[in-house]
Design a protein around this ligand. Structure first.
Ligand SMILES: Cc1cn([C@H]2C[C@H](O)[C@@H](COP(=O)(O)OP(=O)(O)O[C@H]3O[C@H](CO)[C@@H](O)[C@H](O)[C@H]3O)O2)c(=O)[nH]c1=O
Ligand SMILES: C[C@@H](CO)CCNc1ncnc2nc[nH]c12
Length: 455
């Protein structure tokens, strides 16, 4: 670690697992380059301060009721958090910016900027009024962030429901999405976000910089387009997953028995299944996945988060005799040490919802994917995996036991799977080179450090 450069950065993650991990990774990266770190966070989904003894954590109240905390409606959660957190955040930030320590009277370290999530919608005017530069961290694939501002317009213009003949058409405003993907993204829930998008776009353009956990190797076209659209410095510092693992910011405790279980399996034989931290499924979808896995006859490691199967606590609705069958070949856990799992020699495939972190973690470990996206940017990540990089097979929403069984066999046992495995190995190597001395992610990170230091 480099010694302190005398500068402090304030980070304000959005309290969803998929947003906390990248922000904490960014904190670790900046800290390794000499910055002091203060993390302001909500009480809801608070990161574990004890895992990061070198950072300062400040908690603000978020006003969420117990029922709001467990809502499945992420958009509603986003709306509520943005409404409730504005004033506590303002108080916290204002106090931090006072030049003298209120207790000791000592002069405080200079604060160079605020870096917060693109999902916060009140931070830009606040930072401006306090004359504090603000940078935005976005945790999607660059393509999704750049293009998702067109969603309200597509909602107005697209004639839903779609004709069968146009389902597969590529949407030119939102390559490589197909019309059927757009119709899935444009559900009633996302309509709630339409009014916010213009605001997010405007506030991003007004910011001092935009940071992505992606790199030229993964999304070059959108990156250059974004540089034109936003006219602010853009930093694509790469998926830093192998360098600064996200496990320390896990909101749940990983079941470490996964690893000794994997040790007993053959090389590249196990299919790992996880749908991330937000997606919920129905009981019948769980059964289809379980049967599909069991019928494929491949060993499997399945994550079922507590509360993720609607209408039940965990997996108690799976009948006893089926559980016995599942236990012969597989293991079901509530939360996995995902990065260690993906790294394990026994893993041969990842059936994923294609959250951005899961997608890049899989790429970084060269694990081919089966794509089962459910919401928002997952549809785009899945298209990149299946259609652009060609490192996985898309289930096209078919949560059916036969489909799942067949796809697992195609990926794990057939020549189609071998070709996919070769391609993802090449993609992994390409992304890896991005972190070398002259690599794009490495240079972008250096630019970010210089930029923050000059603010
Ligand atoms: C279920 C499970 C998850 N994880 C870790 C792996 C990933 O680093 C992280 C999950 O992040 P993601 O894969 O991005 O997925 P998720 O939590 O759904 O993320 C949300 O936020 C992401 C970033 O904005 C979006 O790309 C997703 O669409 C959105 O759903 O949690 C584990 O380590 N163990 C687990 O068992
Ligand atoms: C108003 C939008 C603009 O990009 C941010 C909300 N952020 C999000 N909205 C929906 N799902 C998400 N999963 C992770 N973050 C998410």
């Amino acid at each position: 670690m480099e010694k302190s450069n005398g500068l402090r950065v304030i980070l304000f993650p959005f309290p969803l697992q998929g947003c906390i991990n990248p922000m904490i990774q960014l904190a670790k990266i900046l800290h390794s380059r000499g910055f002091s770190i203060t993390v302001i966070h909500t009480r809801f989904n608070a990161p574990k301060a004890s895992n990061h003894p070198l950072f300062t954590f400040l908690e603000i109240p978020d006003g969420l009721s117990e029922t709001e905390k467990i809502t499945n409606n992420t958009k509603l959660l986003i709306t509520l958090l943005n409404r409730n957190c504005e004033s506590p955040f303002r108080d916290c930030l204002t106090k931090l910016l006072q030049p003298l320590d209120s207790e000791t009277g000592d002069e405080k370290q200079r604060i160079s900027c605020l870096i917060d999530d693109s999902g916060w919608m009140f931070t830009d005017p606040l930072a401006q009024s306090l004359k504090l530069p603000r940078l935005v961290l976005n945790t999607y694939q660059v393509s999704f962030f750049r293009n998702h501002f067109v969603l309200p317009q597509l909602r107005r213009e697209m004639y839903l429901p779609l004709q069968d003949s146009e389902q597969e058409d590529i949407v030119k405003e939102f390559w490589p999405l197909r019309k059927k993907d757009i119709s899935r993204i444009l559900d009633v829930e996302t309509e709630l976000l339409d009014p916010f998008l213009e605001k997010v776009l405007k506030m991003t353009k007004a910011s001092s910089g935009l940071i992505f956990m992606s790199c030229e190797e993964l999304d070059q076209v959108s990156l250059s387009q974004a540089r034109e659209d936003f006219e602010i410095p853009i930093f694509a510092i790469g998926p830093y997953h192998s360098h600064f693992p996200a496990s320390s910011s896990s909101l749940s405790t990983p079941d470490e028995t996964c690893i000794p279980w994997l040790d007993k399996q053959e090389d590249k034989s196990v299919i790992y299944v996880s749908l991330g931290s937000i997606v919920t499924i129905s009981e019948s979808e769980l059964m289809e996945i379980a049967w599909g896995l069991s019928n494929s006859d491949q060993p499997f490691l399945l994550v079922v988060r507590v509360g993720s199967v609607r209408g039940t606590e965990w997996i108690e609705t799976i009948p006893e005799e089926i559980m016995e069958r599942l236990n012969e070949k597989g293991k079901i856990v509530k939360w996995a040490p995902q990065q260690d799992v993906l790294k394990h020699r026994a893993i041969g495939g990842f059936l994923t919802h294609n959250g951005w972190s899961s997608t890049v973690e899989s790429v970084c470990e060269a694990v081919p994917m089966i794509c089962l996206p459910f919401r928002w940017d997952q549809w785009l990540n899945a298209r990149f995996v299946s259609d652009v990089w060609m490192v996985g097979i898309h289930l096209e929403g078919r949560v059916e036991r036969n489909e799942i069984e067949v796809v697992i066999r195609r990926l794990m046992l057939e020549t189609e799977g071998e070709a996919i495995r070769e391609r993802i190995q090449l993609l992994k190597e390409k992304v890896g080179r991005s972190f070398e001395q002259n690599g794009s992610a490495n240079q972008s990170l250096q630019n970010l450090i210089d930029h923050i230091s000059s603010l």
